[in-house]
Design a protein around this ligand. Sequence first.
Ligand SMILES: C[S@@+](CC[C@H](N)C(=O)[O-])C[C@H]1O[C@@H](n2cnc3c(N)ncnc32)[C@H](O)[C@@H]1O
Length: 264
Amino acid sequence: MKQRILRSLRTAGLLNAAERANFLFVNRKQRRKNMLFGQANPGFVVPPEALAYDAYSWLDWENYRKSGTDTAALLSQIASRHLSENHPLRVLEWGCGPARVIRHISAAFGAKTEVYGSDYNEDTIKWCSKSIPGVNFTLNGLEPPLPFDSGIFDFVYSISVFTHLSESVSRAWIEELIRITHSGSILVVTMQGDAYLEKLLPDEVEVYRSRGIVLRGNVTEGSRIFSAFHSREYLTTKLFQNLEVLEFIPSPSLGQDIWVLRKP
Ligand SMILES: C[S@@+](CC[C@H](N)C(=O)[O-])C[C@H]1O[C@@H](n2cnc3c(N)ncnc32)[C@H](O)[C@@H]1O
């Protein structure tokens, strides 16, 4: 029922208006809890609510901090499984949003790690550059390139970014991430896969099974409400065809699948 209502709003061009109303509701609902978090953690800078809602659709600073530290720790474990620790790493988060994860990467990977973050949202990059020390932030466009030389990153990760892009733009970005990494570098990306079948409408399930990719658009590409779902077969045979799949970590219900890839 909810998905049908959302589709009607999307088709009518009203999804952005509904999102704005929901932002006011969520912000109000979370206000007290977030105020208590701020009082208990005066040194922990949090992003402006509108930027956080834009990226996450929720506004809970406790969760912002905990999910960020947990994800940074998970990424560090993945890196140590697949990379030698003999040299300091250069790490990039492409689509870093308001720094939920990247602000913890140095602590999780070690102080010698060089950390970079990029996003296509100018306000997000402005806030990150001003508020988060120790990370080199860069603005990029909806489409590549990134302002980096070829082959310079050892570890690139991207959480819930391909899930908001069209097919052609996703292909262009995979090629760009391949360009900025070297042979043996690790890429970690998350995707909305089979766990989301329960959320898809019957005609979308059909497309998912036949084409392997379902797009929900009629809104700005790259925004959270532009949604992309990919089957495993589509990813392994099309988007990741020039990469080696090292690990596939299926999501728990309605979390995203994690793909660990290596540039050959
Ligand atoms: C769902 S949020 C996730 C943010 C962050 N990765 C995290 O997990 O906390 C998606 C992010 O991707 C960014 N984004 C969307 N399209 C992009 C693109 N073409 N290049 C870079 N960033 C993009 C959005 O601005 C947003 O910050």
